[in-house]
Design a protein around this ligand. Sequence first.
Ligand SMILES: [Zn+2]
Ligand SMILES: [Zn+2]
Length: 173
Amino acid sequence: MASSARVDDLLLECWRNPSDKQFFAKAFLQPYGRWLAESGGHPVDRSFETNERKCPFCGGMPQVSFLQIREATSESGNRDLVCATCTINWSFRRVACANCGEESPTKLGYFHTPEYDHIRIEACDTCKHYIKGVDLTRLGFAVPLVDEVAAAALDVWAHEHGYTKIELNLAGL
Ligand SMILES: [Zn+2]
Ligand SMILES: [Zn+2]
């Protein structure tokens, strides 16, 4: 078993340089990051750059995107990204790659199966990355982070088609 000093080192390292390969540290840090964000704290001891494709709170990569109706007058829904590091969400352009910002519809592809009607792969042919999108306008009680992990078959499809995920989930997919 790892000593507690070793665990501390691992967590600190992952906090400073988030990695989607460190599943234990990532799972441990998510509730901490969320608590920090919700309690009005600030990430310290961590340098990061943010742009619209990274978490405005901690600079983390997006784990999943989701659509929801925010205003009663809107029919199509707003798109948000969920941070893989602290799990807060921020709004993002509806038609754009969450990895490189590509906006051309001819470069952006969507794939879904009847099995998961409310989840789709959002893939980009410019950077060859993808993220899963959960459509809460179709299934209002879906939970993006949980449903994202459950729809593993879509990851298999994306990998087979040469796409790399922006951020691996806690199941390593
Ligand atoms: Zn974050
Ligand atoms: Zn892209």
